[in-house]
Design a protein around this ligand. Structure first.
Ligand code: NAI
Ligand code: MG
Length: 496
């Protein structure tokens, strides 16, 4: 039987005495690079509306609670204007624009994202709270990569495997969450435009700024008016978009609850639908796995983006024979994670995106101890302002615990053990979700045996959270349906 606390505490003491007073200098990125405006209107028909014409709300920096900008709240009339603009652009312009011409716009948008990458990264970090290292090295380059990749498909749709001359659907209503704001906008817009659809995109209410900056980039790229409309607002704006009769397709990424509601709302309407919802990914670790890489993979799987990741490896399944060793190494690594100012280039874990999300994480983790699990937490000092949660690992977790079943969407890992590959598969599949899993083993045949039996859309072998525009991503069961990325990602925007 493990005694995790004693084991980890002894190890931490020796780690601290070894590291002594070792300190990093601050390495802050400059907030001035972001050039955020005081207020924004809605982006409809290629122009920004006047902010005075709308009710408004503030978007804040979750690391400081400072107001960043005043954002327009789109009501049903605004949604209608955006949809009509997208419909006109579809009928008059975009459906008559050839594939090679559409590709030129997409390439241009990709290049402009690269040119303005630093501004985008800083804006994203300020608005979202995620570390600048991640926005700079992951969110923004991947967003550009998605536009580059789908630009390549725009004139080759007849080779995509969906018939000789596949047709677009029409007007796509796209609703995205706050965890990867710019990247999710790219995942939605790039394939839709490549396939010949026009779009109305609604970013999440806590992170609208990079979508509004993207609107400026679309103007710069001289994308025809109305081909993309970007409207800000909360769930009521999203609901109005879902219900608009002239929207032909809804693409949604967010919570399973809202996804389920959307599916009910549009049932029988003939609207196309794709849903990318939550997850409770299992990261399965066998005793023969390369241990140092595997520990990095576990860390990356759950602490990347503060755990605000639908495919996070939030359940760690460790083979019992190595459980003690893995836990010791894991907690040693957790203690080394640098938590704090997201604008500092040394930061590993930034701020939780909102007070609401922090409350959800706190509530759910409290049930961990109430139900009998053991909480191990980084001793990092958290900033006094903003929304923060320390990297946390639960041991002595049983499959019935809420922390083993429900999506926490925060930097919280639940560790369980198994003895045989059969037991690992049974435990990994014991979830209503089915988005992603990881398998760590030196033995290819074992990895393939396990992968074949896992019910999840994405399975990583000896790596985790690896994304590429050429590779389809999506879930099964309560994680949703439809694929984004790759050739398969075109299907969601073609009338097939
Ligand atoms: P949410 O599902 O409410 O928000 C996602 C998007 O949907 C936002 O743009 C929101 O404005 C919009 N929305 C909300 N209600 C709507 C409605 N009735 N009709 C149309 N659009 C609507 O997610 P929330 O509240 O921000 O997070 C709650 C939980 O959901 C998180 O704790 C996490 O577990 C999960 N989540 C999962 C995500 C994923 O990537 N799979 C992303 C965000 C949240
Ligand atoms: Mg914000």
């Amino acid at each position: 039987m493990l005694d995790p606390i004693v084991l980890v505490e002894t190890d931490m003491e020796s780690l601290h005495s070894q590291l002594g007073g070792l300190q990093y200098d601050n390495a802050p990125e400059s907030a001035a690079i972001a050039k955020i405006k005081k207020e924004y209107g809605l982006f409809i028909n290629g122009q920004f509306t006047s902010p005075k014409d709308h009710k408004s709300f503030f978007t804040i920096n979750p690391a400081t609670e400072e107001k960043l900008s005043k954002i327009s709240q789109a009501d049903a009339n605004d949604v209608d204007a955006a949809v009509q603009s997208a419909k006109r652009a579809y009928e008059k312009v975009w459906s008559k624009t050839t594939g090679p011409e559409r590709a030129k716009y997409l390439f241009r948008i990709a290049r402009l994202i690269q040119e303005r990458s630093r501004e985008l990264a800083v804006t994203e970090t300020l608005d979202n709270g995620k570390p600048i290292r991640e926005t700079r090295d992951i969110d923004v380059p991947l967003a550009a990569a998605h536009f580059f990749y789908y630009a390549g498909w725009a004139d080759k749709l007849s080779f995509a495997g969906y018939g000789a001359d596949p047709k677009p659907i029409g007007v796509a209503g796209q609703i995205i969450p706050w965890n990867f704001p710019l990247l999710m906008a790219a995942w939605k817009l790039a394939p839709a435009l490549a396939a010949g659809n026009t779009c109305v995109l609604k970013p999440a209410e806590t992170t609208p700024l990079t979508a509004l900056l993207l609107a400026e980039i679309l103007q710069q790229a001289e994308l025809p008016d109305g081909v993309v409309n970007i409207i800000t607002g909360d769930g009521s704006t999203g609901a109005a978009l879902v219900e608009h009769p002239d929207v032909n397709k809804i693409a949604f990424t967010g919570s399973t609850g809202v996804g389920r509601m959307i599916q009910q709302r549009i049932a029988g309407s003939g609207k196309h639908l794709t849903l990318e919802l939550g997850g409770k990914g299992a990261n399965i670790v066998f005793e023969d796995a390369p241990i140092d890489e595997m520990v990095e993979g576990i860390i990356d799987g759950i602490f990347f983006n503060q755990g605000h990741v639908c495919c996070a490896g939030s359940r760690l399944l460790v083979q019992e024979s190595i459980a003690e060793d893995v836990l010791r190494r894991l907690m040693r690594r957790v203690e080394q994670l640098r938590v704090g100012d997201p604008m500092d280039k040394n930061t590993d874990v930034g701020a939780v995106n909102s007070a609401e999300q922090l409350a959800r994480i706190s509530e759910l983790t409290a049930t961990g101890e109430e139900e009998g699990a053991t909480r191990l937490t980084s001793t990092c000092v958290l900033p006094s302002k903003g929304f923060w949660f320390p990297p946390t690992v639960f041991t002595n977790v049983s499959q019935s615990h809420r922390i083993a079943r429900e999506e926490i969407f925060g930097p919280v890992l639940s560790m369980l053990t198994f003895r045989t590959p059969e037991e690992a598969v049974q435990k990994a599949n014991n979830t209503n979700y089915g988005l992603a899993c990881g398998v760590w083993s030196e033995k290819g045949s074992r990895t393939l045996w396990v992968a074949e039996r896992l019910r999840a859309g994405v399975i990583w072998a000896n790596t985790y959270n690896k994304f590429d525009p050429t590779s389809p991503f999506g879930g099964v069961r309560e994680s949703g349906f439809g694929r984004e990325g790759g050739r398969q990602g075109l299907e969601a925007y073609l009338n097939v």
